[in-house]
Design a binder for this molecule. Structure first.
Ligand SMILES: CC(=O)N[C@H]1[C@@H](OP(=O)(O)O)O[C@H](CO)[C@@H](O)[C@@H]1O
Ligand SMILES: [Mg+2]
Length: 560
């Protein structure tokens, strides 16, 4: 490292001293903590983003958000050149950088890493980082810290893209690296034109009734509501009523949003008895999660239509279109492409959804929690559909399949214009454009759900009745050290501390259709407990028993 670079780093990093006595970890979705301690971390992630840009010779993204966490938290994560999450190989470096004790230590780590990764350094290559943030007010100063981090690497520039949903930033990074136009208007256009195409291809007679036509969306008092309001101006075929847009004075994620609705299974603020029976949806704070729900007449209860059911809807539609594409009248065509369709879930997927998907003949795979794992697995298929139960997911199409599909579409244009096969090809191409290929995106997911419901001629009630969820309960347990819990087998089995696995299994055995697992959260300082059983009382009781076990083995009460 030359003297200019070294002194630039030493000087700028001395303005961002790390918080004392805190160990930060890149976690399930980047660094998250109380916003007041994050400046140094965000500054350092700015450096990391610039190095990643140099290494990959591509545009990199840096997003400042703490998604569904409380408004006083914030966080930072990196989008890789494909628009996906930061490569997992770099996470240990991210951890080391964030925890470096002083400027000297930081510079030493950078020198070592640059050497190890063979990063073209010292201004030989340009580096570019796109910055985005959610609506948290702490995001402003954190964005400044990120800018300082990026520009402390010679030759690196940071471009402030403003307040965005997380998926918008990921999409922009991907678009820039594919030399496509990448403004917000381009993003809206990318979503709205395939949506219109899907609507034009709706089979005759698939009309859902008038009353069901309106969609009411809870924007979590975050960035998603405002962006949705901008997006819906692009078409008039969809009536969307946005509530909790953040403009009515509500607090981000407080009693609102997809995480609240999914975990608590109650109506968000701003919804009530007058919404009974209507199609409602909820976004999370940075609009990368989407769940639907139906308000029930009593006690603020809802019927939750979660990520598993969105996944099921998407999988049915894609499977149906593939089947049409590969059929010629009553005869199967000979040279069809056998597209491998796979679905990916985590242990939080409701057991009834997995049974349902398997009964549809679909290949179902499991990964640990965190879209970085699901995305990677889904990318192994020609069409890989992944969703976390909380509503984060998307559909990935392989380049090979898309090439074949485009060629098939052209072939069908000359042979059988207006045929069912031609329409199926067009629909799948439209889905591949509408659904965000970089990362799960509540806005593009919402448009696809709306288009498919109309295609099927289904109300939200019919969709909800595809299968019935097993009752479940999720709990959080505060412990002394959550890293003391180690799991394996896609987080379904506890390996450490010794004895906890056996104790949990003994509880599960008491409940018909019982299933329960625990794991340390990667975004909060807690252990999560999940329980499922044949009745709600049984799921609650199993969850409580397992939470007590966690507390007994690891909690504050166990250490006292
Ligand atoms: C049970 C649950 O919903 N966990 C969420 C949550 O992760 P935890 O590691 O469980 O805190 O936030 C992640 C990021 O948004 C999301 O990917 C994940 O699914
Ligand atoms: Mg989110």
């Amino acid at each position: 490292m030359n003297e200019e670079q070294r002194s630039l780093l030493l000087k700028s990093s001395s303005r961002f001293p790390p918080p004392q006595g805190v160990k930060l970890s890149y976690g399930t979705a980047g660094f998250r903590a109380d916003a007041s301690i994050l400046e140094s971390t965000v500054y350092r992630v700015g450096i990391l983003a610039a190095l990643r840009s140099l290494k990959t010779k591509s545009v990199i993204g840096l997003m400042i958000t703490a998604s569904h966490n409380k408004v006083s938290d914030n966080g930072v994560k990196i989008a890789d050149p494909s628009g996906g999450m930061l490569t997992q190989n770099w996470e240990p470096f991210a951890d080391a950088l964030a925890n470096a004790s002083d400027p000297g230590d930081l510079v030493r780590l950078i020198i070592e890493f640059v050497k190890k990764e063979n990063i073209p350094f010292e201004g030989v290559c340009p580096a570019e980082v796109l910055l985005g943030r959610d609506t948290r007010s702490s995001g402003r100063s954190l964005l400044e810290a990120a800018k300082q981090g990026v520009s402390s690497i010679v030759g690196a520039i940071a471009l402030d893209m403003g307040v965005l949903t997380t998926p918008q930033l990921h999409w922009m990074v991907r678009a820039r690296n594919k030399s496509m136009k990448a403004s917000e208007v381009d993003y809206f256009e990318q979503l709205s034109s395939p949506f219109r195409c899907l609507m034009d291809l709706i089979p005759e007679g698939s009309k859902i009734n008038e009353m069901d036509d309106k969609l009411i969306v809870d924007g979590a008092n975050g960035v998603g509501g405002e962006k949705l309001a901008g997006l819906k101006k692009m078409f008039n075929s969809l009536v969307i009523d946005v509530r909790n847009s953040g403009k009515e004075g509500g607090v981000l994620n407080e009693g609102v949003g997809a995480d609240y609705v999914q975990k608590e299974k109650v109506v968000p603020c701003g919804f009530g008895p007058s919404d009974v029976g209507l199609r409602c949806a909820s976004l999370d704070g940075d609009a990368d999660r989407l769940v639907y729900f139906l308000v029930l007449p009593k006690d603020n209860n809802i019927d939750l239509i979660d990520g598993d059911k969105i996944l099921s809807l998407f999988a049915l539609f894609v499977k149906e279109q593939l089947a049409i594409l590969n059929t010629n009248g009553n005869e199967k065509i000979n040279n069809y492409y056998h597209a491998r369709l796979g679905v990916v879930q985590t242990a939080y997927a409701n057991g009834a959804s997995t049974d349902y998907l398997k009964k549809q003949g679909l290949e179902v795979l499991f990964t640990p929690t965190g879209v970085k794992y699901l995305h990677e697995k889904a990318a192994e298929f020609d069409i890989g559909i992944y969703f976390e139960a909380n509503g984060h997911g998307t559909i990935l199409f392989s380049e090979e399949f898309l090439c074949w599909l485009e060629a098939r579409d052209n072939e069908l244009s000359s042979m059988s214009k207006g045929s069912e096969q031609k329409k199926a090809a067009l629909r799948l191409l439209a889905v591949s454009k509408l659904i965000n290929q970089a990362v799960g995106d509540a806005l593009s997911g919402l448009l696809l759900v709306e288009a498919i419901l109309r295609h099927m001629g289904w109300s939200i009630h019919i969709w909800n009745a595809l299968y019935q969820d097993l009752p479940s309960r999720q709990l959080k347990v505060k412990v002394v050290d959550r890293t003391a819990v180690v799991t394996e087998n896609a987080e379904t089995v506890v390996v450490k501390p010794p004895g906890l696995r056996e104790a949990i299994n003994a509880e599960i055995a008491k409940y018909p259709q019982g299933r329960s697992f625990v794991r340390p959260s990667g975004t909060e300082d807690i252990i999560r407990v999940y329980a499922e059983a044949s009745t709600q009382d049984a799921a609650d009781s199993l969850g409580n028993s397992v939470a007590r076990l966690v507390d007994k083995f690891l909690g504050f009460s166990s250490s006292s």
